[in-house]
Design a protein around this ligand. Sequence first.
Ligand code: TRP
Ligand code: ZN
Length: 881
Amino acid sequence: MRTDTPQTIYRKDYTPPSYLVDTVELGFDLDPARTIVANRMTMRRNPDSAQREIELYGENLELVALRMNGNTLSEKDYRIEGSLLTIPDTPEEVTLEIETICVPEQNTTLSGLYTSNGSFYTQCEAEGFRAITYFPDRPDVMAVFTVMLRADKEKYPVLLSNGNLVEEGELGDGRHYAKWEDPFRKPSYLFALVAARLVCQEETFRLKDGRDALLQVWVEEGNLDKTDYAMQSLKNSIRWDEERWNLELDLDRFMIVAVGDFNMGAMENKGLNIFNTKFVLANPRVATDIDFQGIEAVVGHEYFHNWTGNRVTCRDWFQLSLKEGLTVFRDQEFSADMIGTESGRAVGRIDQVRTLRQAQFPEDAGPMAHPVRPDSFVEINNFYTVTVYEKGAEVVRMYQTLLGREGFRKGMDLYFERHDGQAVTCDDFRRAMADASGRDLSLFERWYSQAGTPVVRAETRYDEVDKTYTITLFQSCPPTPGQTSKFPFHIPIAVGLLGADGRDMPLIIGGKDAGPTTVLELTEPEQSFVFENVQEQPTPSILRDFSAPIILDFNYGDADLLHLFSHDSDAVNRWEAGQRLAMGRLLKLTGEAGVGAPLMLDDTFLLALGKMLSDEALDPAFREQALLLPSEGMVAEQIEVVNPMSIHLARQFMRANIGARLRTELLAQYQANQTPGEYSPDALSAGKRALKNLCLAYLTAAQDEEGLQLAQQQFDEAGNMTDRVAALSALIHARAPGAEAALQRFYDEFEDEALVIDKWFMLQASAATTDVGAVRSLMRHPAFNLRNPNRARSLISSFCAGNPVQFHAPDGSGYAFWAEQVITLDALNPQVASRLARAMDRWRRYTPELQEHMKKALQQVAGQQRLSNDVREVVGKALAN
Ligand code: TRP
Ligand code: ZN
């Protein structure tokens, strides 16, 4: 917690480390109130550095002893300024021995060494290792670690760290020890230890080269009935990385540990991944289809980091997307390959597009906008963003689109061949892609350096005489903080042309056959592409498979959209056409909502929806996506002056209208998509449940008598959490008479399942019927706990970021609540507080009255004397001009 003005760190100021570390031996005497850490490291001067001082970082540490080459250093031999410890005039080769003390039980930040439910865990990315010992805590310093853990055997029977267990035994006094060696050099952010009372599911697994690896999933007692899916996902991940990328597990042992108090999803520590319980624990009783999906993706993500992140790591934190964008791309491809069908892949892609539009585009258009490779930051923890992760993954995907799958694979192979064991940059990755393919990717660099979402406007012209069809593309990119004007991007735009019969026309460009879909490469501000031998006026399908993270501005008429919605062979654009049809109507209704005139929805649109809903040739999962309306947040992004209530009313009207007028079809599909028998989270069954539950949501939104009965019945009889929670949600949102009793029964049945109780809080916090007063009383519920990030997010963040009507209450009470919670949380856990702080990012887009209240709340937070760098950066940027 600082009171001084925070420092901005710039990418251009990078200098290599003055000293390199070869080996680190760590000794831990674990005690929640007073843990002693002994660190012996061998260092040598870095030939690439002109600097002659040793620089170590340390935070919240009591320094007990510091020895250099056997001699104790006294306070005049070194300087400590803030978190930097400098030892001047040091020899070429140095052995440093450092003894420090930290207090894990008082560490509420969940960064560094902390306790959760009485056991020890660590989280070191990005800069948590410095809260464990003094160290050159930067990712370009890679060392071999040996770790000795000592702790009470009764309380902490399990002692884990990275790599291989080489020794364990008793110490007397009821204490025991375990010694771990990690054979691979790694940066300090990948260090981890666990000392806990845990049990595991384990299995040996045969790797491609014939070696056997021991796989373990560690959880608290009582949770062993929820580890199967994580274990299965781990095995699938290992297999997939071997098959698709020829990348093998390099350790004899791979462990996953689940912990209830965790700031993010999971962490890729070498050989010892530590996970938020949310992304490990699942069985049909407590987890939904979405939860199962999340586990597969996150288990894959962390496992894939072993190559993209650990074996090849980042030179500095500005390069974060080098590992995160690439690893998200890899986990997306993994999930798609696990489904295995074309339509399954498309549904996954649609989800990715939704995330981009719902979260990344707004970030790109707001005060925290930053390039995929940022130029500066105050607090690196604020840059684990949708831009670095999801837009970063889109950037990686664009290489594959431009180079083809084979070309991209060659680039990946070259990347590993060149950089295994190194700490590198995004430029190194791009160079590997360019060199392996022989392509000029110099313009492509702008995806890394320029923030903001490019807008591509398209104009088309059909020449009936020449039988040519010309698409002209114009690109631009709005200004973002610190970047007023932008250079053109290198944008792959996948295009197809539909004939009047709905079929793809064969494409001919420059006399050459270009298949049903071709990738146009836009590199100039304006470029025209001519299709030849086009026999009739086509309907263009532009940006197929969402081939670039851009906003496509094309003046589609309803007739075109209806044509694409019924026929486009590209599932993403088929879905997109439906979204455009819905968005047009939502915007119109929003303008009319509250004015007094009755709202109306046209038959054409409803007819198209009804046809889609009942088209049993299509995957249920796809139909669900096609029927899901753009969220209130997405509508808000399209409007100059946002009034959340009118958006809510418009969307609610539309939902109720769909429910009433498509009643017969909805009831029929509700019945047709039941999944009787034993629950399975596979994509087909999950898709059926999703469609069925969307039907239920529409019916209940219309207050349909039979729909409400079905919801109550489904809640009463549900054999799995997906159906149970969907029914409960329908009852709550429809304010059904049984809603209160159902909530109570749900609580009583799942009282002992923390992750389910999170759902219970979240459902209530995000219901438009829950006002800020109700949220405050939920905070007084005995099950509420501000210190547990999952729980805090399930109530507070769900309300501030997921309940727009109530959060934006006209009297500003939602914002006052926000300010209060950000301030309280900041004193406990700056990372969680700072994420909550971002709920106000888009404050300048609301009505003047709301803006006034929002500004006051922001100023109240900014005016606090004691504030973390995390929150100060976020609110400071929000208030800046
Ligand atoms: N590297 C992790 C991942 O993407 C995420 C991460 C970064 C993290 N910092 C963290 C997780 C802090 C927990 C806490 O997989
Ligand atoms: Zn990651």
